[in-house]
Design a protein around this ligand. Structure first.
Ligand code: DX5
Ligand code: ZN
Length: 219
């Protein structure tokens, strides 16, 4: 199964006072997806975007909105994010019981939205195995979630490899996404270990030539 390589710039690294300008700049640089980090101050020790930002983005851009929910018991809010216009809605497997996680995924799918599950660095691949047949995306965190600008954890590569083998067997069209410390070099390492969607915050926004940054990773 050939999957395209996609860069999903993380809007967490944009300038809050020039948000629209930065989104437009990334569009002009060829971004096809936008990664929107939503944090609740409980699941992770930080706050970021909420569904009102997703809704504003939906009116502003036709690119894919890849929403990463770092919130506790996401089932309480998935409906808001669906209505706001997310295209991909990714929840964390550590954020609720198995029963609620499954319910949240089914709810997302029933509304025709793509669903994803993310795992933190200490969570094994086995934690998502049972959901894999219905998933559109699995996100392997390559930093502890909560903050941009952290260093890439290369020790996540065996886990990425293990996931790739499983995805190829169970659900080959499912995207494998990495998030945290991704730049041109670390993206290459992740590509070799099975990832096809690359979230990049600081490195992408700091790149002098954003178009070159995106095309280099996507080729
Ligand atoms: C961290 C977020 C990331 C973050 C990545 O919890 O999930 O999406 O924006 O930022 P960089 O690319 O700077 O590590
Ligand atoms: Zn993220």
């Amino acid at each position: 199964m050939i999957k395209n390589f996609i860069v999903s710039p993380s809007l967490l690294a944009t300038d809050p006072l020039n948000f629209g300008r930065d989104v437009k700049m990334l569009e002009d640089a060829g971004a096809k997806w936008f990664h929107v980090d939503c944090m609740d101050g409980t699941f992770v020790p930080n706050f970021s975007f909420g569904y009102s930002t997703v809704s504003a983005l939906r009116k502003f851009t036709d690119r894919v909105l890849d929403v990463h929910l770092m919130i506790d018991r996401p089932i309480r809010y998935v409906d808001h994010y669906i209505k706001a216009g997310a295209d991909y809605l990714t929840i964390h497997v550590e954020a609720d019981s198995e029963e609620n996680t499954l319910k949240a995924l089914e709810l997302i799918k029933s509304k025709g939205i793509k669903c994803g599950i993310s795992i933190k660095p200490k969570t094994p691949v086995s934690a998502i195995e049972k959901y894999l047949p219905i998933l559109d995306l699995v996100l392997v965190m390559t930093v502890e979630p909560g903050f941009g600008g952290q260093s890439f954890m290369q020790d996540m590569m065996p886990k990425l490899n293990e996931l790739k083998t499983l995805v190829d067997k169970v659900n080959p069209s499912c995207h494998i996404q990495v998030d945290g410390g991704i730049d041109v070099n670390t993206a290459k390492i992740c590509k070799e270990n099975g990832a096809n969607v690359f979230v990049a915050g600081s490195a992408c926004l700091k790149a002098e030539d954003k178009k070159a940054f995106i095309t280099t990773i996507e080729q």
